[in-house]
Design a protein around this ligand. Sequence first.
Ligand code: SF4
Length: 316
Amino acid sequence: MSLKIRLGISECLLGKPVRFDGGHKLDRFLTETLGRYVEYVPVCPEVECGMPVPRESMHLEGDPSSPRLITIRTRVDKTDQMVHWAEKRVAALEKEGLMGFIFKSDSPSSGMERVKVYNEKGMAARKGSGIFARIFMEQFPLLPVEEEGRLHDPAIRENFIERVFALARWREFLANKGNRGGLVDFHTKHKFLILSHSNNRYGEMGRLIAGAKQVPLGELCEKYQKSLMEALKIRATAKKNTNVLMHMAGYFKNQLDHTEKAELLEIIDLYRRELVPLIVPITLINHYVRKYNQPYLQDQYYLNPHPIELQLRNHV
Ligand code: SF4
């Protein structure tokens, strides 16, 4: 891929001492592992909107869908200061070509979801989003977003990174002035990846492409991108992956000998029963793709959706 993958990130996750208490929340997976493949665009809403380090801690109060940002001890309302800055910042981020954002969980400014919002009785409900995070997600509804805490879950981590890399390939397609033929090619190469998330979505996208001649290219690409990002957000399960693996195994029915066939089916079944991770059947299929020169499968991103060094499929 020639395009650099750029991700927005809450700055304290990179180890910068910008938190209210002068500390940071360095996340080594994000800096040392994922950081080798992406370029981060750091954002600290509280510092960038003009607050000092250290500063008084704040929380959200009021209506969870549009809460106020209030300092806890002195009870100063910082909402307007934050909203005013955030609206300008997300407009500026339009030009950064971001392919996703990793937010710091639980923060009244940066938390993506389940941030505590206090009512007038001082009771908290985990129903809010940080003010900057909410404005960002409203501005970029299709961008992959996650929080560092949720990214410790292997399935969530795999899903997020898969979406980021798919979006990067899509942006590359657009940057190369992709035409209708290129779109068919893109869709074909993503067939099994999309199927591992949703059969229905794959069918819908196929119908969109089949009617492509009636739709102006710009509109077609916009609709396709929306469907792609929505489809990949649907969680891939062991059952859906098993269907895809069986489908792929069918491509070798005339090439594998009896023992190879039995071994492949056994390994897919071990994966179905969640006794081995997804990387095991994928590695075997990749081996047969090379051994028997299967060009259709060779091009499938399902077999190589992101760098193997991230080891994302070793745990799902
Ligand atoms: S959580 Fe957000 S506002 Fe708080 S220090 Fe980190 S980046 Fe800054």
